[in-house]
Design a protein. Structure first.
Length: 242
């Protein structure tokens, strides 16, 4: 099973020439910030970068290459009580997965970090998602993939535990290194309602939508099912109760 994660999909602080969206979801808003960028046009999982305050560079992405697993067409929206605290990140049970980065086939990425967080649904109809990251990550790609064929200059957000260093590592090759020290990936609140097996106002930090989603609570597992508005893929996520 694949862990569903903002950073695990991609962490990009540059504007690639052309479009670059990941197959695992819609394009995120630009930036090297510390809040998850939200895909335009509704539900979108796995954003094209870490956007938000203190962000620089980047661009909204479209396109990308992906594969999709089977088994997402059938879902039983059994409903149930979601009140409680659920662990983040979620597990992606079925749906698309990344294969390549559009327009930049020599792009490489190395991760050595851990994300932890919680998704809370309260009885009063309010909800909150909080997630942090610790560790390191790096990306490398030909400078021809960058806007203007120029390597970006990374900026840090020390108040939020994020350090970014970008530049030309070797002639014609760009590299960005990230260091997360309890970095705040997301911290937001909202509201939700449920009716039968449908939830409105669903938000898990990396994923949010104004459209209803199907859900089912099975013991200590919350299953959420929806259609990605950008790719059209059907996706099922699982959250374990804390």
């Amino acid at each position: 099973m694949q862990r569903l994660s903002i950073l695990a999909c991609e962490l990009v602080t540059l504007a690639f020439a052309g479009s670059f969206t990941l197959g695992c979801g819609g394009g995120g808003k630009s930036g090297a910030g510390v809040d998850a960028g939200h895909g335009d046009g509704g539900m979108s999982v796995g954003f094209g970068g870490v956007g938000g305050r203190n962000g620089t560079g980047g661009a909204v992405g479209t396109g990308g290459s992906s594969t999709t697993s089977t088994g997402c067409d059938t879902f039983n929206p059994c409903g149930g009580s979601v009140v409680g605290v659920w662990k983040l990140p979620a597990t992606l049970l079925c749906g698309p997965s990344v294969t390549t980065l559009a327009n930049c086939p020599l792009y490489t990425k190395t991760d050595n970090f851990q994300e932890t967080g919680t998704l809370t649904f309260r009885a009063d109809g309010s909800t909150q998602s909080v997630m942090t990251a610790d560790g390191t990550s790096s990306i490398s790609y030909p400078s021809t993939c960058a806007t203007g064929s120029t390597c970006p200059i990374g900026t840090s957000a020390p108040d939020h535990g994020l350090s970014v260093s970008c530049g030309e590592s070797t002639p014609g090759t760009c590299r960005c290194d990230y260091v997360y020290d309890n970095a705040v990936i997301t911290n937001k609140e909202g509201s939700y309602t449920t009716s039968g097996g449908t939830m409105t106002g669903f938000s898990s930090g990396s994923t949010s939508t104004s459209s209803p989603v199907d859900y089912c609570v099975q013991g200590d597992t919350l299953l959420v099912h929806f259609t990605d508005s950008t790719s059209g893929y059907k996706i099922t996520m699982a959250f374990e109760k804390q």
